[in-house]
Ligand binder design. Structure first.
Ligand SMILES: *Cc1c(COP(=O)(O)O)cnc(C)c1O
Length: 378
Protein backbone atom coordinates (compact mmCIF):
# COMPACT_ATOMS: atom_id res chain seq x y z
CA UNK A 1 0.00 0.00 0.00
CA UNK A 2 1.34 3.45 -0.87
CA UNK A 3 0.39 5.43 2.26
CA UNK A 4 -1.52 8.72 2.12
CA UNK A 5 0.93 10.74 4.18
CA UNK A 6 3.36 9.45 6.77
CA UNK A 7 6.05 11.20 8.85
CA UNK A 8 9.60 11.40 7.53
CA UNK A 9 12.03 10.56 10.35
CA UNK A 10 15.42 10.83 8.71
CA UNK A 11 17.27 13.58 10.54
CA UNK A 12 18.49 14.10 14.11
CA UNK A 13 15.32 12.74 15.76
CA UNK A 14 17.09 9.74 17.32
CA UNK A 15 20.03 11.77 18.61
CA UNK A 16 17.89 14.46 20.24
CA UNK A 17 15.39 12.04 21.76
CA UNK A 18 18.23 9.90 23.10
CA UNK A 19 19.68 12.98 24.76
CA UNK A 20 16.34 13.60 26.52
CA UNK A 21 16.22 10.00 27.69
CA UNK A 22 19.89 9.91 28.76
CA UNK A 23 19.50 13.07 30.82
CA UNK A 24 15.97 12.19 32.04
CA UNK A 25 14.73 15.57 30.79
CA UNK A 26 11.65 14.03 29.26
CA UNK A 27 8.88 16.25 30.57
CA UNK A 28 7.87 19.81 29.79
CA UNK A 29 10.76 21.57 31.57
CA UNK A 30 13.54 20.55 29.15
CA UNK A 31 15.53 22.80 26.85
CA UNK A 32 14.11 21.40 23.59
CA UNK A 33 10.71 22.97 24.26
CA UNK A 34 12.08 26.51 24.21
CA UNK A 35 14.48 25.62 21.38
CA UNK A 36 11.54 24.37 19.30
CA UNK A 37 9.65 27.58 20.08
CA UNK A 38 12.60 29.73 19.03
CA UNK A 39 13.07 27.87 15.75
CA UNK A 40 9.40 28.19 14.95
CA UNK A 41 9.17 31.88 15.70
CA UNK A 42 12.31 32.46 13.60
CA UNK A 43 10.96 30.42 10.74
CA UNK A 44 7.57 32.14 10.71
CA UNK A 45 9.04 35.54 11.53
CA UNK A 46 6.80 36.04 14.55
CA UNK A 47 8.13 37.39 17.81
CA UNK A 48 6.68 34.69 20.09
CA UNK A 49 5.82 31.01 19.97
CA UNK A 50 4.27 28.79 22.64
CA UNK A 51 4.40 25.00 22.29
CA UNK A 52 1.27 22.99 23.10
CA UNK A 53 0.33 19.32 23.32
CA UNK A 54 -1.51 19.55 20.01
CA UNK A 55 -3.06 21.97 17.56
CA UNK A 56 -6.53 21.62 19.05
CA UNK A 57 -5.39 22.74 22.52
CA UNK A 58 -3.47 25.60 20.88
CA UNK A 59 -6.63 26.76 19.12
CA UNK A 60 -8.61 26.49 22.35
CA UNK A 61 -6.08 28.66 24.20
CA UNK A 62 -5.77 31.15 21.34
CA UNK A 63 -9.55 31.63 21.24
CA UNK A 64 -9.79 32.04 25.01
CA UNK A 65 -6.98 34.60 24.92
CA UNK A 66 -8.77 36.52 22.18
CA UNK A 67 -11.66 37.03 24.59
CA UNK A 68 -13.97 34.28 23.37
CA UNK A 69 -16.08 32.75 26.12
CA UNK A 70 -19.35 31.11 26.94
CA UNK A 71 -22.33 32.35 24.92
CA UNK A 72 -20.21 34.05 22.24
CA UNK A 73 -19.96 33.33 18.54
CA UNK A 74 -16.92 32.69 16.34
CA UNK A 75 -16.93 32.90 12.55
CA UNK A 76 -15.21 29.99 10.82
CA UNK A 77 -15.39 28.12 7.50
CA UNK A 78 -17.86 25.27 7.11
CA UNK A 79 -15.28 23.09 5.37
CA UNK A 80 -12.52 22.22 7.82
CA UNK A 81 -11.26 19.48 10.09
CA UNK A 82 -13.58 19.06 13.09
CA UNK A 83 -10.94 20.29 15.57
CA UNK A 84 -11.48 23.89 14.44
CA UNK A 85 -15.14 23.77 15.47
CA UNK A 86 -14.45 21.73 18.61
CA UNK A 87 -11.94 24.29 19.86
CA UNK A 88 -14.61 26.99 19.53
CA UNK A 89 -17.07 24.84 21.44
CA UNK A 90 -14.52 24.18 24.26
CA UNK A 91 -14.66 27.89 25.11
CA UNK A 92 -18.45 27.65 25.43
CA UNK A 93 -18.91 29.69 22.26
CA UNK A 94 -20.59 28.46 19.10
CA UNK A 95 -19.42 28.60 15.48
CA UNK A 96 -21.07 30.60 12.72
CA UNK A 97 -20.21 28.63 9.59
CA UNK A 98 -19.36 30.38 6.32
CA UNK A 99 -19.25 28.55 3.01
CA UNK A 100 -16.01 28.27 1.00
CA UNK A 101 -15.05 29.08 -2.63
CA UNK A 102 -15.22 26.37 -5.26
CA UNK A 103 -11.79 27.35 -6.64
CA UNK A 104 -9.47 27.84 -3.65
CA UNK A 105 -11.65 25.96 -1.11
CA UNK A 106 -11.00 28.75 1.44
CA UNK A 107 -13.43 31.25 3.04
CA UNK A 108 -15.80 32.78 0.51
CA UNK A 109 -14.97 36.43 1.28
CA UNK A 110 -17.88 38.00 -0.67
CA UNK A 111 -20.30 35.88 1.30
CA UNK A 112 -18.54 36.78 4.55
CA UNK A 113 -18.79 40.50 3.83
CA UNK A 114 -22.41 40.25 2.82
CA UNK A 115 -23.22 38.40 6.01
CA UNK A 116 -21.43 40.95 8.19
CA UNK A 117 -23.07 43.85 6.41
CA UNK A 118 -26.63 42.58 6.61
CA UNK A 119 -26.79 40.26 9.61
CA UNK A 120 -24.64 42.00 12.21
CA UNK A 121 -24.54 45.36 13.98
CA UNK A 122 -21.56 47.02 15.60
CA UNK A 123 -22.71 48.15 19.06
CA UNK A 124 -20.97 49.61 22.13
CA UNK A 125 -20.36 46.13 23.48
CA UNK A 126 -19.20 44.53 20.24
CA UNK A 127 -20.31 42.94 17.02
CA UNK A 128 -23.82 41.62 17.49
CA UNK A 129 -25.44 38.86 15.43
CA UNK A 130 -28.89 40.36 14.81
CA UNK A 131 -30.67 37.01 14.83
CA UNK A 132 -29.99 36.22 18.49
CA UNK A 133 -28.16 39.22 19.96
CA UNK A 134 -25.03 37.18 20.71
CA UNK A 135 -21.60 38.70 20.21
CA UNK A 136 -19.23 37.59 17.47
CA UNK A 137 -15.89 37.66 19.30
CA UNK A 138 -13.43 36.33 16.74
CA UNK A 139 -12.94 35.07 13.22
CA UNK A 140 -10.98 31.91 12.57
CA UNK A 141 -9.78 31.44 8.99
CA UNK A 142 -8.50 27.95 8.22
CA UNK A 143 -5.73 27.62 5.64
CA UNK A 144 -7.24 24.56 4.03
CA UNK A 145 -4.53 22.14 2.78
CA UNK A 146 -1.88 24.81 3.32
CA UNK A 147 -3.44 27.08 0.69
CA UNK A 148 -4.60 30.59 1.65
CA UNK A 149 -7.21 33.16 0.77
CA UNK A 150 -6.61 36.84 -0.02
CA UNK A 151 -5.25 37.66 3.43
CA UNK A 152 -5.07 41.45 2.93
CA UNK A 153 -8.78 41.52 2.30
CA UNK A 154 -9.62 39.15 5.15
CA UNK A 155 -7.62 41.25 7.62
CA UNK A 156 -9.33 44.43 6.35
CA UNK A 157 -12.76 42.88 6.87
CA UNK A 158 -11.84 41.65 10.36
CA UNK A 159 -10.50 45.08 11.32
CA UNK A 160 -13.61 46.86 10.02
CA UNK A 161 -15.82 44.66 12.23
CA UNK A 162 -13.39 44.68 15.18
CA UNK A 163 -12.90 40.92 15.19
CA UNK A 164 -9.62 39.43 16.45
CA UNK A 165 -8.24 36.92 13.94
CA UNK A 166 -7.20 33.48 15.20
CA UNK A 167 -5.66 31.61 12.28
CA UNK A 168 -6.04 27.88 12.16
CA UNK A 169 -2.73 27.41 10.36
CA UNK A 170 -2.55 23.76 11.44
CA UNK A 171 -1.91 22.63 7.87
CA UNK A 172 0.04 25.65 6.68
CA UNK A 173 3.55 25.48 8.13
CA UNK A 174 5.74 26.77 5.28
CA UNK A 175 2.94 28.59 3.43
CA UNK A 176 3.17 32.30 2.71
CA UNK A 177 1.06 35.15 1.33
CA UNK A 178 3.04 38.07 -0.13
CA UNK A 179 6.09 36.56 1.55
CA UNK A 180 4.49 36.65 4.98
CA UNK A 181 4.07 33.39 6.83
CA UNK A 182 0.67 31.81 7.52
CA UNK A 183 -0.32 32.23 11.15
CA UNK A 184 1.21 35.70 11.48
CA UNK A 185 -1.60 37.82 10.02
CA UNK A 186 -3.93 37.57 12.99
CA UNK A 187 -3.49 38.19 16.70
CA UNK A 188 -2.57 34.51 16.97
CA UNK A 189 -1.91 31.60 14.64
CA UNK A 190 -1.80 27.92 15.49
CA UNK A 191 0.16 25.06 13.89
CA UNK A 192 -0.25 21.32 14.35
CA UNK A 193 2.43 18.63 14.29
CA UNK A 194 0.26 15.54 14.45
CA UNK A 195 1.14 12.35 12.60
CA UNK A 196 0.19 13.46 9.11
CA UNK A 197 1.15 17.15 9.06
CA UNK A 198 4.14 18.51 7.09
CA UNK A 199 6.35 18.09 10.14
CA UNK A 200 5.33 15.78 12.96
CA UNK A 201 6.19 15.40 16.62
CA UNK A 202 3.77 12.49 16.98
CA UNK A 203 1.40 14.98 18.57
CA UNK A 204 2.05 18.64 19.11
CA UNK A 205 1.05 22.19 18.34
CA UNK A 206 2.32 25.76 18.47
CA UNK A 207 0.74 29.15 19.00
CA UNK A 208 2.55 32.05 17.33
CA UNK A 209 1.88 35.70 18.09
CA UNK A 210 3.52 39.10 17.86
CA UNK A 211 1.78 40.15 21.05
CA UNK A 212 4.12 39.68 24.01
CA UNK A 213 1.42 39.80 26.67
CA UNK A 214 -0.79 37.37 24.81
CA UNK A 215 2.11 34.92 24.40
CA UNK A 216 2.99 35.23 28.07
CA UNK A 217 -0.62 34.46 29.00
CA UNK A 218 -0.69 31.50 26.59
CA UNK A 219 2.35 29.96 28.26
CA UNK A 220 0.93 30.68 31.71
CA UNK A 221 -2.44 29.09 30.93
CA UNK A 222 -0.81 26.09 29.25
CA UNK A 223 1.15 25.32 32.43
CA UNK A 224 -1.75 25.22 34.93
CA UNK A 225 -1.47 28.98 35.55
CA UNK A 226 1.28 28.33 38.09
CA UNK A 227 2.59 31.56 39.56
CA UNK A 228 5.87 30.49 41.10
CA UNK A 229 8.32 27.76 40.09
CA UNK A 230 8.90 26.80 43.74
CA UNK A 231 5.38 26.62 45.09
CA UNK A 232 2.00 25.29 44.07
CA UNK A 233 0.21 28.58 43.74
CA UNK A 234 -2.09 29.22 40.79
CA UNK A 235 -3.97 32.39 39.95
CA UNK A 236 -6.61 31.17 37.48
CA UNK A 237 -8.00 28.03 35.88
CA UNK A 238 -5.20 26.84 33.64
CA UNK A 239 -4.65 23.81 31.46
CA UNK A 240 -2.09 21.04 31.21
CA UNK A 241 -1.36 21.90 27.58
CA UNK A 242 2.42 22.28 27.44
CA UNK A 243 4.38 20.12 24.99
CA UNK A 244 6.88 17.70 26.57
CA UNK A 245 10.62 17.79 25.89
CA UNK A 246 10.85 14.41 24.12
CA UNK A 247 8.35 15.53 21.52
CA UNK A 248 9.88 18.99 21.22
CA UNK A 249 13.23 17.24 20.53
CA UNK A 250 11.58 15.51 17.58
CA UNK A 251 10.18 18.90 16.55
CA UNK A 252 13.63 20.51 16.50
CA UNK A 253 14.96 17.70 14.31
CA UNK A 254 11.93 18.00 12.02
CA UNK A 255 12.33 21.78 11.67
CA UNK A 256 15.92 21.25 10.52
CA UNK A 257 14.49 19.26 7.62
CA UNK A 258 11.48 21.45 6.83
CA UNK A 259 13.07 23.33 3.88
CA UNK A 260 13.80 19.98 2.22
CA UNK A 261 10.30 18.71 3.03
CA UNK A 262 8.79 21.81 1.39
CA UNK A 263 10.85 21.32 -1.77
CA UNK A 264 9.70 17.70 -1.99
CA UNK A 265 6.01 18.54 -1.31
CA UNK A 266 6.07 21.19 -4.04
CA UNK A 267 7.71 18.73 -6.44
CA UNK A 268 4.98 16.16 -5.75
CA UNK A 269 2.33 18.85 -6.32
CA UNK A 270 3.87 19.92 -9.63
CA UNK A 271 4.19 16.34 -10.82
CA UNK A 272 0.56 15.43 -10.04
CA UNK A 273 -0.76 18.65 -11.62
CA UNK A 274 1.20 17.98 -14.81
CA UNK A 275 0.37 14.30 -15.04
CA UNK A 276 -3.30 14.51 -14.06
CA UNK A 277 -4.30 17.59 -15.99
CA UNK A 278 -6.89 16.64 -18.62
CA UNK A 279 -7.42 13.19 -17.11
CA UNK A 280 -11.15 12.43 -16.79
CA UNK A 281 -13.01 15.36 -15.24
CA UNK A 282 -10.23 16.11 -12.73
CA UNK A 283 -9.87 19.70 -11.49
CA UNK A 284 -7.38 21.09 -9.00
CA UNK A 285 -7.41 23.43 -6.02
CA UNK A 286 -6.60 26.90 -7.33
CA UNK A 287 -3.83 28.99 -5.82
CA UNK A 288 -4.48 32.75 -5.97
CA UNK A 289 -1.72 35.26 -6.77
CA UNK A 290 0.79 35.97 -3.95
CA UNK A 291 0.14 32.65 -2.19
CA UNK A 292 2.93 30.13 -1.95
CA UNK A 293 1.32 27.02 -0.44
CA UNK A 294 3.26 24.27 1.35
CA UNK A 295 1.48 21.66 -0.83
CA UNK A 296 0.91 19.52 2.24
CA UNK A 297 -1.60 17.00 0.90
CA UNK A 298 -2.48 16.64 -2.77
CA UNK A 299 -6.24 16.75 -3.26
CA UNK A 300 -8.31 17.11 -6.43
CA UNK A 301 -11.93 17.08 -7.55
CA UNK A 302 -13.84 14.56 -9.64
CA UNK A 303 -17.57 13.83 -9.84
CA UNK A 304 -16.64 10.14 -9.65
CA UNK A 305 -14.88 10.54 -6.28
CA UNK A 306 -16.51 7.59 -4.47
CA UNK A 307 -15.82 5.15 -7.33
CA UNK A 308 -12.25 6.38 -7.70
CA UNK A 309 -11.70 6.13 -3.95
CA UNK A 310 -12.72 2.46 -3.99
CA UNK A 311 -10.57 1.81 -7.06
CA UNK A 312 -7.44 3.41 -5.58
CA UNK A 313 -7.73 1.81 -2.15
CA UNK A 314 -8.35 -1.58 -3.81
CA UNK A 315 -5.22 -1.12 -5.93
CA UNK A 316 -2.79 -0.24 -3.16
CA UNK A 317 -3.03 3.55 -3.38
CA UNK A 318 -4.26 4.85 -0.03
CA UNK A 319 -6.71 7.69 -0.62
CA UNK A 320 -9.22 9.59 1.45
CA UNK A 321 -12.31 11.71 0.93
CA UNK A 322 -12.34 15.28 2.28
CA UNK A 323 -13.74 16.21 5.70
CA UNK A 324 -17.49 16.01 6.03
CA UNK A 325 -18.51 19.70 6.35
CA UNK A 326 -19.37 20.96 9.82
CA UNK A 327 -23.05 21.62 8.97
CA UNK A 328 -23.40 17.90 8.17
CA UNK A 329 -22.07 16.74 11.57
CA UNK A 330 -24.64 16.10 14.33
CA UNK A 331 -22.88 18.42 16.85
CA UNK A 332 -22.82 21.40 14.49
CA UNK A 333 -25.88 20.90 12.29
CA UNK A 334 -27.83 23.47 14.35
CA UNK A 335 -25.20 26.20 13.85
CA UNK A 336 -25.97 29.15 11.61
CA UNK A 337 -24.59 28.28 8.16
CA UNK A 338 -24.07 31.12 5.69
CA UNK A 339 -24.24 29.80 2.12
CA UNK A 340 -25.79 30.34 -1.29
CA UNK A 341 -25.21 27.02 -2.97
CA UNK A 342 -23.45 24.85 -0.39
CA UNK A 343 -20.05 24.66 -2.05
CA UNK A 344 -18.72 22.78 1.00
CA UNK A 345 -21.20 19.96 0.40
CA UNK A 346 -20.25 19.83 -3.28
CA UNK A 347 -16.51 19.77 -2.48
CA UNK A 348 -17.07 17.05 0.10
CA UNK A 349 -18.79 14.96 -2.58
CA UNK A 350 -15.96 15.48 -5.08
CA UNK A 351 -12.60 15.91 -3.33
CA UNK A 352 -10.13 13.07 -2.92
CA UNK A 353 -6.65 13.16 -1.33
CA UNK A 354 -3.86 10.97 -2.71
CA UNK A 355 -0.41 9.89 -1.42
CA UNK A 356 1.78 12.93 -0.69
CA UNK A 357 4.41 11.80 1.83
CA UNK A 358 7.80 13.49 1.70
CA UNK A 359 9.34 10.02 1.29
CA UNK A 360 7.27 9.21 -1.82
CA UNK A 361 9.49 7.80 -4.59
CA UNK A 362 9.23 8.68 -8.27
CA UNK A 363 8.16 5.10 -8.91
CA UNK A 364 5.34 5.38 -6.35
CA UNK A 365 4.20 8.69 -7.86
CA UNK A 366 4.09 7.06 -11.29
CA UNK A 367 2.07 4.15 -9.87
CA UNK A 368 -0.44 6.58 -8.32
CA UNK A 369 -0.85 8.44 -11.62
CA UNK A 370 -1.11 5.22 -13.64
CA UNK A 371 -3.77 3.81 -11.29
CA UNK A 372 -5.83 6.99 -11.65
CA UNK A 373 -5.46 7.05 -15.43
CA UNK A 374 -6.48 3.37 -15.68
CA UNK A 375 -9.65 4.18 -13.75
CA UNK A 376 -10.66 7.01 -16.07
CA UNK A 377 -9.77 5.09 -19.25
CA UNK A 378 -11.88 2.05 -18.30
C1 LIG B 1 -4.70 18.86 12.19
C2 LIG B 1 -5.67 19.95 12.28
C3 LIG B 1 -6.08 20.49 13.52
C4 LIG B 1 -5.78 19.87 14.85
O1 LIG B 1 -4.53 19.55 15.14
P1 LIG B 1 -4.16 18.44 16.23
O2 LIG B 1 -2.72 18.69 16.44
O3 LIG B 1 -4.45 17.11 15.63
O4 LIG B 1 -4.96 18.69 17.46
C5 LIG B 1 -6.91 21.59 13.52
N1 LIG B 1 -7.36 22.13 12.38
C6 LIG B 1 -7.02 21.65 11.17
C7 LIG B 1 -7.54 22.31 9.95
C8 LIG B 1 -6.18 20.53 11.09
O5 LIG B 1 -5.88 20.02 9.89
Amino acid sequence: MIPLTIPEISGNEWTYVKECLDTAWISSAGSYVSKFEEILSDFTDSTHAVACVNGTSGLHLALELSGVSSGDLVIMPNLTFVASANSVQYTGAEPILIDVCTDSWQFELDLLEEFLEHKTTLTDIGLEFKENGKLIKAIMPVHVLGNMTEMDRLIRIAAKYLMPVVEDASEALGSTYKGRHAGTFGSTGVFSFNGNKIISTGGGGMIVSNDEELARRAKHLSTQAKVSPEEYIHDEIGYNYRLVNVLAAIGVAQMEQLPGFLTKKREIDRFYREQLSGVGDITFQEVIPHVQPNCWLFTFRTKRMRELLRHLNAHGVQSRPFWRPMNQLPMYSHCHYVQKSDHSGMLYDQCISIPSSVGLTKEQMNTVVKTIKTFFQA
